[in-house]
Write a protein that binds this ligand. Structure first.
Ligand SMILES: Cc1cc2nc3c(=O)[nH]c(=O)nc-3n(C[C@H](O)[C@H](O)[C@H](O)COP(=O)(O)OP(=O)(O)OC[C@H]3O[C@@H](n4cnc5c(N)ncnc54)[C@H](O)[C@@H]3O)c2cc1C
Length: 535
């Protein structure tokens, strides 16, 4: 590589996306004697961060490891707890039905396809309990880890619940101690080079900050990528109708449910769904809903009624959002990461994930040389693929519902609410259930060949492909079979009395041994990271 010198990177915005990018680039690009990036971050003292009580997915463990963060330190700093699954309640029929989407399951025996075998069996054991011990371990309220550092032998994959504001604070001290420069000032102006690249930003205190590469982490404001560079936004609200959340926090000092659940709960309500995210000091709740179907006041009333009388006096907050993506996350010498780069509603906890993989991809495609365009092309392609991968998966949770009890759920079921990519997948899986082969490159008959709206000079409008690195056939099977997909078709074709998958025996033995090995989740948190005892 020619022309290699240390590049100046300026991150504008200090929410969890800005600080994740700063910490990640500083740790990964500046290993040993080689300093590839001089990283600085400027954030406003006045504009607050978004932080609602966040759930994450297991990729966060890679990010923390790459940055060099100790798990116990992290859990203490961010009010953190373990997450092993999402429990979806009332998504199918609104009669207290539920299914789990756990993070791990056991490997099947040679030649065994547990999904297909389960569909042909009597299904008296739900699919989730046939392939994974984690739903039962979650229902028992157990930690995924033993006390101390011993292995339980159960190999449970986990992620975390956290306070994203505290995460940003933690990363601030972590990164500034390791060489990241920090400015607390409002950016008021952006200066351009004649080439169309950004030259510098100016702040209200008169500071001028130059850089080779700018990262726009200004949240929904998108100060650089949109307001200066004019890169457009692809709206995706025709497939995901929710555009607002009403949130409340239930401190344990006010009301303690008796345990800290080691999973996120997502309960469908009249015009959307509620997240219930347990932290060490409180539960964070948010009713994600569609403003076309319910007013913010009604949503707040429904949320309080759902939680119970103890929620009556608790303060609430409204957060508006738009579902969609930046047409080019990387344009000229500016990369948008976090909410400025796009947002998909939080049903599968992918907000922080998208910032984490954008930081990883930026380190991978870091512009050591002057010619950034080919790197930007690949970065944009990878990020577009990931965005649509998440979009399809979340779209699927809604469109398989059987609910007809409210106008919102009747609207969700209309065919035009299913995007073409997902429709092609579901049509294909009606011919054969999903399996690993389908996830090498998810391009199915009937899928439109051109659907990425890149809006850029590259003209890359090829259909995005899923790589299976985020959701694989295990993830799809959990949701599809939790939502009764193919049940009727398989019963009509094969009856329902074939043997159950052999994997079930291993799962049942793991479930039996779990209470002897794993402590209750709150006991683990009290002993290992100093959570208070609220019982
Ligand atoms: C309703 C909702 C629920 C969510 N739930 C989850 C979840 O469960 N799991 C998950 O992983 N993610 C979730 N997210 C996403 C997650 O909260 C955000 O992605 C994350 O906080 C990253 O935000 P950000 O850093 O991009 O933006 P923000 O937090 O908005 O930060 C923007 C930063 O830019 C700064 N800034 C803005 N303008 C200027 C300026 N002119 N000069 C200087 N600085 C400026 C601000 O001061 C701030 O520091 C959710 C988001 C929403 C909206």
């Amino acid at each position: 590589m020619t022309g290699m010198r240390t590049k100046r990177v300026l991150i504008v915005g200090g929410g969890s996306a800005g600080w994740t990018t700063a910490a990640y680039l500083n740790a990964v690009l500046n290993k040993g004697a080689q300093k590839a990036a001089e990283v600085s971050l400027v954030e406003s003292p006045d504009i607050p961060r978004v932080g609602v009580g966040e759930a994450t997915i297991p990729n966060i463990n890679n990010t923390l490891a790459a940055i060099g963060i100790d798990e116990a330190d992290f859990l203490k700093a961010v009010d953190g707890t373990f997450k092993q699954s999402i429990r979806f309640v009332n998504w199918l029929d609104n009669n207290d039905d539920f299914y789990h989407h756990p993070f791990c399951r056991y490997a099947a025996g040679a030649g065994e396809d547990p999904g297909r075998m389960w569909l042909m069996s009597d299904r008296s054991v739900p699919f989730m309990d046939t392939v994974s011990a984690q739903p039962a371990i979650c229902e028992m309220g157990l930690s995924p880890k033993m006390l101390g550092n011993e292995s339980s032998g159960l190999s449970l994959v986990y992620a975390f619940h956290m306070d994203a504001m505290k995460f940003a604070d933690y990363l601030t001290s972590f990164s500034t101690a390791r060489g990241v420069s920090h400015y607390v000032e409002n950016v008021v102006d952006v200066e351009m080079h004649e080439s169309g690249d950004i030259a510098a930003v100016r702040t209200d205190s008169g500071t001028r900050l130059e850089a080779d590469l700018f990262v726009d982490c200004t949240g929904f404001a998108a100060h650089l990528i949109e307001k200066k560079l004019g890169v457009g936004f692809e709206d995706c609200s025709q497939w995901l109708l929710c555009d607002r959340a009403v949130t409340i926090n239930v401190p344990y000092e006010h009301f303690y449910p008796g345990a800290v659940r080691p999973y996120t709960t997502a309960t469908a309500l009249s015009a959307g769904w509620v997240w219930d995210i347990p932290l060490q000091t409180r539960r964070a709740l948010g009713y994600v809903h569609s403003s076309a179907f319910i007013s913010a006041d009604e949503a707040e009333r429904e949320l309080r009624a759902f939680e119970g009388q103890h929620a009556e006096s608790l303060p609430s907050r409204v957060v508006n959002f738009q579902v969609g993506r930046r047409r080019q996350q990387w344009a000229a010498n500016c990369v948008a990461i976090g909410l400025s780069g796009g947002f998909i509603e939080p049903l599968e906890s992918t907000g922080l994930y998208l910032s984490q993989i954008a930081s990883e991809a930026l380190a991978e495609y870091f512009p050591y040389t002057e010619d950034m365009a080919p790197l930007a092309f690949r970065f944009n392609r990878v990020m577009a693929n990931r965005f649509y991968e998440v979009l399809d998966f979340i779209n699927m949770h809604y469109c398989l519902t059987r609910r007809t009890d409210t106008p919102f759920w009747r609207e969700i079921r209309r065919p035009e609410r299913i995007n073409d990519r997902l429709k092609a997948k579901l049509d294909f899986w009606r011919l054969k259930p999903p399996s690993a082969y389908d996830f090498e490159d998810q391009f199915f008959p009937g899928q439109p060949a051109a659907s990425v709206q890149s809006g850029g000079p590259s003209g890359d409008n090829r259909s995005p492909v899923d790589t299976g690195r985020l959701w694989n056939h295990h993830s799809y099977e959990n949701v599809l079979y939790g939502m009764d997909f193919l049940r009727g078709e398989f019963r009509a074709l094969y009856g329902d009395n074939r043997p159950r998958p052999g994997i079930l025996r291993r799962v049942q033995s793991a479930v039996q041994s779990a209470p002897g090995k794993l402590p209750p989740h709150d006991v683990w948190l009290q002993r290992m990271v100093g959570m208070s005892d609220f019982r």
